[in-house]
Design a protein. Structure first.
Length: 290
């Protein structure tokens, strides 16, 4: 083995906008057979928008937006940003007893109304009947939108459909990775139906959905136990444990500092083409050494 060729590989990677932490990172990358992608902000733009508001039980659209946006003011989740933006120009009431429920949503009270906002799992856990909205929820999810449900005093009052489109070069970058022979996997806290729709559009065959933030690292360990060498690509604070647990952690540039600190490889361009470049380069470099 000639360490020189690894050093020059690290240098060539930098020219492509791929920062490789050390020689070991490049060596590990050359052994990878499976690439796992976080969905939000990695495969997608990470700037979700409200595309439809469905109301139930005679509550007005303005009322449900006011409630939902008031609750979301307490969080920095991308879904929260979408709802707050949609409510621009509407005055927001004060929220009491605000709580975030990791991987589920948020809760709090406005006046006499106890509010719950989040996914179907949250509603089921809190015994809110969502059967009247079942068709709406399924239809929106099959189109690749994330349904966010709002309940007031235990009754479902709205379904917000929120869409976060794929990055414009994701499909092409994933096609390159497929051609390079990698198994591609999407990992997300979002629901299975929405995740499947987006994975299909992206050309990803394997989806691990409904994963709580702390479960992302476990999902990677399971793939490793099945004998796979795993690269994990992510950008968020939630992704740091998974990036650390993977054989190679790859952070998208422009993501959270903690993701970048944890990752062996950082992409300076905010594009998944950097993943294909990095993995191809690692193989070429290690091949030259043999
Ligand atoms: P990811 O980062 O993979 O999207 P999260 O754990 O952040 O996963 O969120 C998982 C799911 O929990 C979301 O898809 C959404 O349904 C629900 N959720 C989490 N936080 C919020 C929020 N602030 N508002 C509405 N829904 C939320
Ligand atoms: Mg994320």
């Amino acid at each position: 083995a000639t360490p020189m060729s690894i050093i020059s590989g690290v240098g060539r990677a930098a020219e492509l906008g791929v920062l490789v932490r050390d020689a070991d990172a490049l060596q590990q990358a050359s052994t990878v057979d499976t690439v796992i992608f976080d969905k939000t902000g990695t495969l997608t733009e990470g700037k979700p928008q409200v595309t439809a508001i469905h109301t139930f039980n005679q509550v007005t659209e303005t009322q449900v937006l006011q409630w939902a946006a008031a609750l979301e003011q307490g969080t920095s989740h991308p879904l929260a940003h979408a709802i707050i933006t949609k409510a621009e120009g509407i005055s927001l009431p004060q929220v009491n007893g605000f709580r975030t429920l990791r991987g589920l949503g948020v809760s709090g009270s406005v006046g006499e109304s106890a509010l719950l906002l989040g996914n179907d799992r949250l509603m089921t856990e809190q015994q809110v009947d969502i059967s009247a909205a079942a068709d709406t929820i399924r239809t929106e999810a099959e189109r690749g939108a994330t349904p966010v449900l709002l309940a007031a005093n235990g009754t479902l009052v709205a379904v917000f459909a929120i869409r976060d489109p794929l990055r414009n070069d994701s499909i092409q970058a994933l096609r390159r990775l497929h051609q390079q022979g990698y198994q591609l996997v999407m990992l997300t806290g979002d629901n299975q139906v929405t995740a499947n729709a987006i994975a299909k559009e992206a050309g990803i065959d394997n989806v691990i959905a409904g994963v709580l933030p702390e479960g992302k690292a476990d999902a990677i360990k399971q793939l490793q136990q099945a004998g796979h060498k795993v690269a994990m690509v992510g950008d968020g604070i939630n992704d740091a444990p998974a990036l650390a647990c993977a054989d190679v952690g790859i952070a998208m540039g422009g993501g959270s500092d903690i993701a970048i600190e944890t990752a062996a490889i950082t992409l300076m361009r905010h594009s998944l083409n950097g993943v294909a470049d990095a993995l191809a380069l690692s193989k070429a470099t290690l091949r030259n050494m043999k």
